[in-house]
Design a protein around this ligand. Structure first.
Ligand code: PYL
Length: 281
């Protein structure tokens, strides 16, 4: 998992309204609707007033990322839920969150970013939620994924979550990973769970010419260029850094969903806040 930098997230809270408007232009749906659907919830049934959320900074490992907790809180506030960042980090922050009446806690160390519902015990993992959230956004952007062929780049935690969510929606999958056995492992897991065959790609450049829908769940930079772009291409790109080369971004942006935290955090909130539906790692 690539570690975010302060610069990646410095404008997330201040630009969240513009971000949501852009998302609606690209997908026809708002962040709350996409995240609710990704979490198996009905946005209309989700009572945002029921919850108080605490974001607790963690100083372990490489330490606190400036602005990270505030970015997470900004996304949650935008969704209409009461939220605060604890004044203290770590164990003191956990105690502060509980003492101030938090129902749900968000916290991230260098290995996992999780949400925990203290009332129900439900948990959500950012990698799993990000895969699901981006699939819901891609589905909205493409008018459905049933019977459509998608090239998944990256068979890591996010890519795996996305593969399962796309297979569940009836999409045809091709997968490329620099570690070929990761592709074959994912292909066999998808076949075991859904009975559908996944094509393992070994030449990424050639695969990009043959696919109109791309899910970039890799930390690779700039592998998708202008030469690959076509007017009907649709791209979901949770991967940081962006897999689309800078020269292609101007042309690709209108058909690409890409953000450092928004879709994943929103989906986590609906997963742990929801009454039914799946959550967890
Ligand atoms: C959750 C993000 C998404 C992509 N990479 C993940 C990452 O950067 N993880 C590290 C998060 C560290 C947060 C730090 C803090 O500010 O509380 N412990």
């Amino acid at each position: 998992m690539t570690r975010l930098k302060s610069d990646d997230i410095s404008s997330v809270a201040s630009r969240i309204t513009e971000y949501d408007a852009e998302l609606q232009r690209k997908t026809g749906q708002s962040l709350s609707h996409i995240a609710a659907r990704a979490a198996g919830q009905d946005a209309g049934q989700f009572d945002t007033k029921r919850f108080k959320v605490a974001v607790v900074p963690l100083s372990c490992g490489e330490g606190i990322i400036g602005g990270f907790s505030e970015a997470v809180a900004g996304i949650i506030a935008h969704l209409g839920v009461e939220v605060f960042v604890t004044a203290t980090p770590d164990a003191a922050g956990l105690a502060e969150a509980v003492e101030r009446g938090a129902d749900i806690i968000f916290q991230a160390d260098d290995f996992r970013f999780v949400a925990v519902n203290l009332r129900t015990g439900k948990t959500a993992d950012n990698s799993v939620a990000t895969g699901r959230g981006y699939v819901a956004a891609l589905e909205a952007m493409c008018g459905g994924l049933e019977g459509k062929q998608v090239l998944l780049v990256g068979a890591g935690q996010v890519g795996r979550s996305a593969a399962m969510a796309m297979a569940a929606r009836g999409a045809g999958l091709s997968v490329f990973d620099v570690k070929q056995n990761a592709s074959y492992d994912l292909a066999s897991d998808v076949y075991l769970r859904f009975g559908c065959r996944v094509t393992v790609e070994t030449d990424l450049d050639a695969a990009l010419y043959r696919h109109r829908i791309v899910f970039d769940a890799s930390p690779a930079e700039g592998f998708l260029g202008i030469r690959h772009l076509t007017p009907e291409m649709r791209i979901a790109a949770p991967g940081i850094p962006l897999g689309i080369e800078p020269a292609a971004w101007a042309q690709a942006e209108v058909r690409t969903v890409h953000d450092p935290l928004q879709l994943g955090v929103a989906t986590m909130l609906y997963e742990v806040g929801g009454s039914t539906g799946q959550g967890g790692g």
